[in-house]
Design a protein around this ligand. Structure first.
Ligand code: CDP
Ligand code: MG
Length: 756
């Protein structure tokens, strides 16, 4: 338990590390403000997280009116799912009361927008109604989800409701995972999967109806799909499109498709009492844990939902909660009611994800600790208490760094209201906001910024180009991305060799489109073809496409670190991944072997699946599976070809700076490169992670001449040890010096002339 508190403290430090956040704002600075449409200075951000009040204690303004509600509420809690059959549950949903009208409107219109509170039954029922109304006799019903977890869990639920095996009548498809079959008539999928399907079949002929679910999330792929499906609607009169949204800005969607009807599902929600923190809270993990414990001990029955920003925090919160419960049980003589602590985030294995829907035993209380995934995509019944940190992670393109960074930001007011609403689904509830009312009113944006306006568009550009959309600035976007973002992404693709000088796809670019991978990874794979090491690169790309395979249990951290070090290939974290996979293969892909070596067997199995799918694409492109054998230097060159734009050069002891813009970046403590005994002059890295420092995630040592050879636009042979910026600076200095000289000469000349 000592280790546990150390971990929690580490993460706390991370949060109170305002410096790094401030730093980020300084760097991204005004740019980010532009993107987010706000003027926020570093000082203001600092003030947001500043320590006011004591020890992160959160005091709430009590609302006397509400205590009455709370007393009555005890009775309102009924174990709904336990007492009702699945078909009774279906009939209880708000959407059921308008089923026939809804189907009528769908019959009469090609496109409609459906608005309803979260949990009203849009995602699980709409597809079934369409099936019941005959839309699956000639074609299938597709339903897109911005999140993988939602696609999987909803498909599972609907297959249960329809009493069919998952993958039979009802299935799902997410990247690298297709759980559908020849019988599938209702297909849930991520929006990315449908987007890729449009590449192969631009009219989406197999679909009779597509439900674009969770449109309010405005995910990048959903936004692109809007433009593409609008054309499908125009071409195919037999095709129907239903756009669903949890919030009321549905008018925008309706307008986009030419003022199509908006259908409202009547809500059935209960009042939620909102309690603000009196002062800004220093440490929201600690505050949330305290609040959850207080609820558990003093409040009426009802489950708790806590919103955190990501996996680390969720784990820390769960750990701290478990620890408090343990302490409580050991110090209290009277029995303490059970608390079921359930994490949920996208990288959590599916079987553990499913646990949040299971009913707690009699007398126990569930406490779900979630990312914003539980905001609208997943609905868990029986939540009466919401604890909202007010933060969420968001991917933002940082022009300074030339890449996306997953950063913690305050959520929007709309998101905060969504979160609160989760407490009022089964009866009147309470939402504890771990921030002040003034922060809510004055500092939060009214609505979230659509992803398309804040992230790298590399994949989108590649895809649209392959759909022969020549001028991206003309594409029918609901909210066009900033022109600068499009141009930046095009530039990045040009640098990788996917776009020609006139902005068309090169043959490399055409091949890259075939892979459901980010452009750099696709490039690495195709460079493997040229350098004849496809086999090796394929494994690396597959390993990079799954969550980390290294298992690091908190109570056996040292042991597991030692186990990981045994796999280290000193020059490269990428090659270390290759080594792990090859050794696993040499041990007959055995699960027991993984356990012995602190490796996640599920992750490795997933990598193997991804590998075989990518191999199918390689076969289709007639790319042979070449291998370089044990000489892995050439593999590092292939890695370099994908990441030379992410290169860093050694500046001081263990200190690196980005070779192009001079931004500091650090080797991660878990990197294999520490085993090298010295620090290489040049490295490339998979991505930069911003926590307390800018860490290079997954780094590989490279030769400077490779950089010059593969990235001539940035590096030159003669000055392989100077960056482009320095090069430019030097050029500029030379130019200034030259101009000065010319000026001097001219003056001298004039002087001479005057004298004469
Ligand atoms: O899409 P919307 O938010 O309108 O609702 P939904 O996701 O269709 O959820 C309808 C009901 O199904 C809710 O009461 C959920 O609790 C339930 N459900 C479930 O029990 N298990 C799932 N995996 C998904 C939904
Ligand atoms: Mg839904």
């Amino acid at each position: 338990s000592r280790k546990g508190s150390v971990l929690v403290r580490e993460i706390h430090e991370k949060q109170s590390q305002n410096k790094s956040r401030q730093r980020f704002w300084e760097l991204a600075g005004s740019k980010l403000g532009d993107i987010l449409g706000v003027e926020k200075t570093a000082e203001q951000i600092d003030a947001d997280t500043a320590v006011v009040g004591d020890e992160g204690e959160v005091d709430f303004k009590e609302d006397a009116r509400f205590s009455k509600h709370m007393k009555e509420k005890g009775e309102a809690v009924s174990d709904f799912a336990k007492t009702k059959t699945i078909s009774q549950q279906r009939q209880y949903l708000p959407i059921y009361s308008v089923r026939d009208e809804l189907l009528q409107v769908i019959r009469e219109n090609q496109v409609i927008v459906v608005v309803g509170e979260t949990g009203s039954g849009k995602t699980t029922q709409l597809t079934q109604y369409l099936h019941e109304d005959g839309y699956t006799t000639n074609g299938i019903v597709g339903c897109t989800q911005p999140r993988r977890v939602a696609a999987m869990s909803v498909a599972k639920r609907v297959s249960e409701e329809m009493e069919t095996e998952l993958g039979d009548l009802v299935g799902y498809a997410i990247r690298f995972e297709d759980e559908t079959g020849p019988n599938t008539i209702i297909k849930y999928m991520t929006d990315g999967v449908l987007l890729r399907e449009t590449l192969k079949d631009s009219d989406l002929d197999k679909y009779r109806v597509v439900v674009m679910d969770e449109a309010h999330e405005r995910s990048l792929n959903t936004d692109v799909l809007f433009g593409i499906l609008k054309k499908v609607v125009a071409r195919r009169r037999d095709f129907k499109l239903i756009v669903t949204s949890a919030t009321l800005n549905a008018q925008k969607f309706s307008n986009f498709f030419g003022s199509v009807p908006i259908f409202h599902i009547p809500g059935r929600t209960f009042p939620v009492n909102i309690l603000y923190s009196k002062s800004p809270c220093e440490d929201y993990v600690e505050a949330a844990v305290k609040q959850a414990m207080t609820i558990h001990i003093t409040s009426a029955p009802g489950d708790i939902l806590i919103f955190m920003t990501g996996q680390d925090e969720i784990e820390a919160t769960c750990y701290a909660l478990a620890e408090r419960m343990e302490q409580l049980v050991s110090t209290t003589k009277k029995g303490v009611p059970k608390l079921l602590i359930l994490p949920i985030y996208s990288q959590l294995p599916a079987d553990l994800q499913a646990k949040i829907f299971e009913k707690a035993e009699e007398g126990a209380r569930k406490c779900i600790v979630a990312t914003n995934i539980a905001e609208t995509s997943l609905t868990v019944d029986g939540i009466f208490y919401v604890i909202d940190t007010g933060y969420g992670k968001m991917k933002v393109y940082n022009p300074r760094m030339g890449m996306d960074a997953l950063q913690v930001f305050p959520v929007s007011r709309a998101a905060a209201d969504q979160r609160a609403g989760r407490a009022g689904r089964t009866g009147p509830g309470t939402c504890y906001r771990l921030y002040t009312e003034s922060a809510y009113q004055n500092e939060m944006l009214p609505n979230p910024v659509p992803e398309i306006q804040r992230t790298n568009l590399g994949n989108v550009v590649l895809l649209l180009k392959s759909l022969k959309i020549e001028n991206l600035l003309d594409f029918d976007f609901m909210d066009p991305p900033p022109q600068e973002n499009i141009l930046n992404s095009m530039y990045q693709l040009w640098v990788l060799g996917a776009l020609s000088n006139v902005g068309g796809l090169t043959s490399l670019g055409w091949k890259m489109v075939e892979f459901p991978l980010d452009p750099p990874l696709a490039k690495m794979l195709l460079m493997g073809e040229q350098l004849e090491c496809v086999n090796e690169v394929l494994t690396i790309v597959s390993m990079l496409s799954v969550p980390s395979v290294f298992f690091r249990p908190k109570d056996r951290a040292e042991e597991s670190d030692a186990a990981r070090e045994k796999f280290f290939v000193p020059e490269s974290d990428h090659l270390t991944l290759l080594n792990v996979y090859q050794q696993w293969k040499a041990n007959d892909y055995r699960g027991g072997w993984c356990n012995d070596h602190f490796l996640h067997v599920k992750g490795l199995k997933k990598a193997r699946e991804v590998r075989s799918q990518l191999l199918d694409i390689l076969k289709m492109l007639k790319i042979p599976l070449t291998s370089c054998g044990p000489d892995w230097d050439i593999v590092r060159k292939a890695i370099c070809s994908a990441y030379f734009h992410n290169s860093a050069r050694l500046k001081g002891v263990g200190e690196y700076v980005n070779s192009r813009n001079g931004m500091p970046c650090h080797l991660h403590p878990s990197s294999a490169l520490y085993g090298l005994g010295y620090t290489p002059d040049y490295v490339v890295y998979h991505e930069l992670i911003l926590t307390t420092k800018e860490y290079m995630q997954c780094a590989t040592a490279v030769e400077p001449q490779w950089l010059a050879e593969l990235g001539p636009m940035f590096f030159s042979v003669k000055e392989s040890d100077t960056s482009l910026l320095e090069h430019k600076k030097k050029q500029k200095e030379e130019k200034t010096a030259m101009e000065q000289e010319m000026e001097n000469l001219r003056n001298e000349q004039a002087e001479i002339e005057r004298r004469n």
